[in-house]
Design a binder for this molecule. Structure first.
Ligand code: SAH
Length: 459
């Protein structure tokens, strides 16, 4: 251990790298120091807040010489909010950072070699891209209702009226709900005491249809003066669905399992490419519609799907990828754990006149082996799009046994992606192509599409 570096020391250092959550990394006296909010290329002054054996953590005190890549963040709360961890980093550099992160993990953790990394698909205009907002609700000391984000690890809410990655319409919608709450003295939920009614305002807006869903997440079964809220909200053009989500659990999970519909439809609709989707509040739907189309196009191209191919789409949500691929295939089968999402998927197939898609409710790692062993199903192409924790090993084993020509892996977490690719490469598959798509500009998150092919040709 080096001498000298102690808690509360003030040090000056240059940031030479960014870590997995966007924190700056630099070296002082042989120590690696992690400093949140510092950017690659910055020379900064930091206060040491924690020292371990060979590394430590610092707090950014001042930027002595700003990085060439440092830009003025659009949002005044960018540093405190934590939603956009790398907003001050020039957008082009954000893309480089994400691509490097993926490459590093694939090569170090996944041991993947000799593959083609295609250029990352960024956004032309990386703002106002989200179609889904979920803001916590609180009150100021003066009793005014506010919406924004939780400050650090506290229970107090920092108000944000304008979030630059959200659909601009959200401001108006949030304002209506806040006004209604103020006028009727509707109580806000308090995480500490578990008392109070309104927890979150959850909004989804169809990018191409303009359809709007406003859902109040409540610690109760109902809201008072609902009719007045409805009257106010239906003045907004595009209002399609007004509903309640019941969440009475002591949890920081935003949505509960139960819905109550107050007005209009039980879902909104939107398009990705020329496929129309119905989206229920509890179903997963990608948050960046512009990039989603590019993501699915990449999956389609990597799948290289032919007219007599049978395709399995695992973790299919509301059937988004399945239906996007269905026109090109003989048969598409989707598997998804959330029953409402499968209801949506079936309805979506009907809505689009797609007859060669079927859907299964259940865990992918249970449904696929069962279908394979009991029904003898086969697959020419398998697409997986798991949540952050990646694929269950039982699923990967079954995929390998089924021996599809190609596997297309769509991933929102490069660490678990690397782990799973390693497994598949050890079991007869080879990574051919990789392409990242920036679904979440200004955050550290990155989406990756990977094409794997079977090493041994068809038996
Ligand atoms: N492909 C879809 C959804 C991807 S998100 C799209 O692009 O819209 C991942 C999905 O996996 C979610 O819908 C989630 O509900 C589902 N899921 C999570 N664990 C699962 C499991 N073990 N088996 C099947 N689906 C699962």
């Amino acid at each position: 251990m080096k001498e000298g570096l102690k808690k509360n020391d003030l040090v000056t250092l240059e940031i030479t790298d960014l870590g997995s959550t966007g924190e700056g990394i630099g070296r002082v006296d042989g120590f690696t120091l992690f400093v949140k909010d510092a950017l690659i290329g910055d020379v900064i002054e930091a206060k040491v807040i924690k020292v371990k054996k060979s590394y430590g953590y610092g707090r950014l005190m001042a930027v002595v010489t700003p990085s060439l890549y440092r830009t003025e963040p659009r949002c005044s709360q960018a540093r405190a909010c934590g939603g956009c961890q790398i907003q001050p980093l020039a957008y082009e550099q954000q893309l480089k950072y994400k691509e490097n992160k993926v490459r590093g993990l694939l090569e170090r953790v996944g041991k993947v070699q000799e593959y083609v990394m295609e250029s990352m698909i960024g956004m032309e205009d990386p703002w106002n891209y989200r179609n889904k907002a979920q803001f916590p609700v609180g009150r100021t000391k003066d009793g005014e209702v506010v919406t924004g984000f939780y400050a650090g690890r506290t229970h107090s809410i920092v108000p944000v009226e304008k979030c630059c990655i959200q659909h601009p319409e959200n401001e108006k919608l949030m304002d209506i709900v806040r006004q209604w709450m103020n006028d009727h003295q509707i109580s806000v939920y308090n995480e500490e005491t578990h008392k109070g009614l309104v927890r979150h305002i959850f909004i989804r807006i169809g990018k191409y249809t303009g359809e709007i869903m406003v859902c109040l997440v409540i610690n109760g079964k109902n809201i008072p003066v609902a009719e007045d809220l409805i009257q106010r909200l239906i003045q907004v053009p595009g209002m399609t669905s007004i509903c309640l989500n019941i969440n009475q659990a002591k949890t920081n999970v935003i949505l509960g399992n139960q819905m109550k519909y107050l007005w209009g439809a039980k879902y909104i609709r939107d398009f990705i490419g020329d496929v129309q989707y119905q989206i229920s509040p509890l179903s997963f739907f990608q948050v960046n519609p512009v990039q989603t189309q590019k993501l699915y196009q990449t999956a389609l191209a990597y799948g290289d799907i032919k007219k007599d191919d049978v395709v399995w789409d695992l973790y299919c949500g509301i059937g988004t990828i399945s239906l996007f691929l269905a026109k090109h295939a003989k048969q598409v089968c989707g598997v998804e754990i959330v029953p409402q999402a499968i209801d949506d998927a079936r309805e979506n197939a009907r809505l689009n006149g797609i007859e060669n898609a079927s859907f299964f409710v259940g865990k992918a790692e249970e449904v696929l082996p069962q279908q394979y062993e009991e029904k003898g199903i086969s697959a020419d192409v398998i697409v997986v799009d798991p949540p952050r924790k990646g694929c269950d090993e039982k699923l990967l084993e079954c995929m390998v046994r089924m021996h599809p020509e190609r596997i297309v892996y769509v991933s929102c977490d490069p660490a678990t992606l690397a782990r799973d690719l390693k497994f598949l490469e050890e079991h007869g598959y080879k990574v051919k192509k990789v392409r990242c798509v920036d679904m979440f500009p200004h955050s550290v998150h990155v989406e990756t599409v990977v094409l794997m092919s079977k090493v041994n040709p068809k038996k």
